[in-house]
Write a protein that binds this ligand. Structure first.
Ligand code: BDR
Ligand code: CA
Length: 321
């Protein structure tokens, strides 16, 4: 059965690999890709996504959305992904043009036209928060929303408390996490260590000798160095493709559980922290005063804890053949 999947992305070097996986999946229909500012400004992200769609031989509509977070200034991650977000190798689309619809309008249209649709978000949650605020009917119409974002009960990559996508626009993330839609969180912890591509994986991918395989490794050249600077770990870490793999094959997540999750927006120290009630203490009468929202809301998020690493890499190799 064909599944319909809308992807919202900020066009970085791991985003485009996630797009390749989804666009080349035989049982997936992508009605639109919406662009949000994040890793790079929205204009650049749009160019990167158009290039990738062309590389995959598709003509999927690409719709530019929010150019900045809801209330804060945009902070990009160009030091990590390259100035152009794709390692600065000069990738540019040849003929595909951006769709005339705004990303938020396209998102609302796609959801209402395809009840039960799945959404995969790969950047800050600005577009989705705007869509929820403008058309709350989408909350129940979304069958599953997989969010690459957050650092559940662990350190983040931007600050000790927060992961990039949530940190950039925490107000948007709070709206989405509190909305009540069927949310699944793929945190940054899932793409580290053994889940990152090691030299053997990289050699295997390059040996495929396909344009998408070559692109995957080359456009992540700056990101690989930046990941080493950030973590001291060697390899290519791919948070967005891992989120795509879990979206396409849910069994690749080997342990998940439902929790209250809220987002820190007030503190500078812990801005964008994804606070997970892992032990369920919000339900304890003695704690209700502190976490009243969570208990009253009954809104829980599925938090993905562990990954089938071999299965994820196998899924990537198949997508790049
Ligand atoms: C996330 O932020 C970006 O750098 C990546 O594209 C990914 O979406 C990881 O924190
Ligand atoms: Ca991203």
């Amino acid at each position: 059965m064909t599944r319909t999947l809308l992807i919202d992305t900020d066009g970085g070097s791991d985003d485009v690999v996630a797009l390749i996986m989804a666009l080349r999946a035989p049982d997936i229909r992508v009605p639109a890709i919406t662009i949000v500012a994040g890793n790079v400004p929205a204009e650049q992200a749009t160019q990167n996504v158009l290039f990738t769609v062309e590389l995959c031989g598709r003509d999927t509509p690409v719709c530019m959305g929010a150019a900045k977070p809801l209330v804060r200034e945009l902070v990009t991650a160009q030091w990590f992904h390259g100035k152009d977000g794709l390692g600065d190798h000069g990738y540019a689309p040849r003929s595909l043009l951006v769709d005339s619809r705004h990303g938020v309008d396209a998102m609302i249209q796609c959801v209402l036209a395809n009840p039960g649709i799945e959404i995969l978000t790969l950047g800050p949650l600005t577009n989705l928060a705007l869509a929820v605020a403008r058309e709350p009917r989408i909350i129940d119409a979304i069958g599953r929303c997989v969010v690459m974002g957050g650092a559940p009960c662990c350190e983040g990559n931007v600050t000790p408390a927060a992961e990039f996508n949530i940190w950039v626009d925490p107000e948007a993330a709070k709206i989405v996490f509190r909305s009540g839609m069927k949310l699944e969180m793929v945190g940054w912890h899932l793409c580290r260590g053994a889940a990152a591509l090691n030299q053997n994986d990289i050699d295997k991918i390059l040996a495929l000798k396909t344009p998408v395989a070559e692109f995957t490794i080359r456009c992540n050249s700056v990101a690989a160095e930046a990941y080493y600077t950030q973590t001291g770990e060697r390899g290519i870490s791919l948070p967005d493709p891992i989120s795509a793999a879990i979206t396409l094959q849910p069994k690749l997540c080997t342990d998940a559980s439902m929790h209250y999750v809220d987002i820190e927006t007030a503190s500078d120290l812990t801005r964008g922290m994804t606070v997970v009630d892992r032990l369920g203490v919000a339900a304890d009468e003695r704690n209700r005063g502190n976490w009243g929202w969570a208990f009253k809301s009954k809104v829980k998020t599925r938090v993905d804890w562990t990954l089938d690493v071999a299965g994820w890499k196998a899924a990537l190799f198949v997508a790049l053949k």
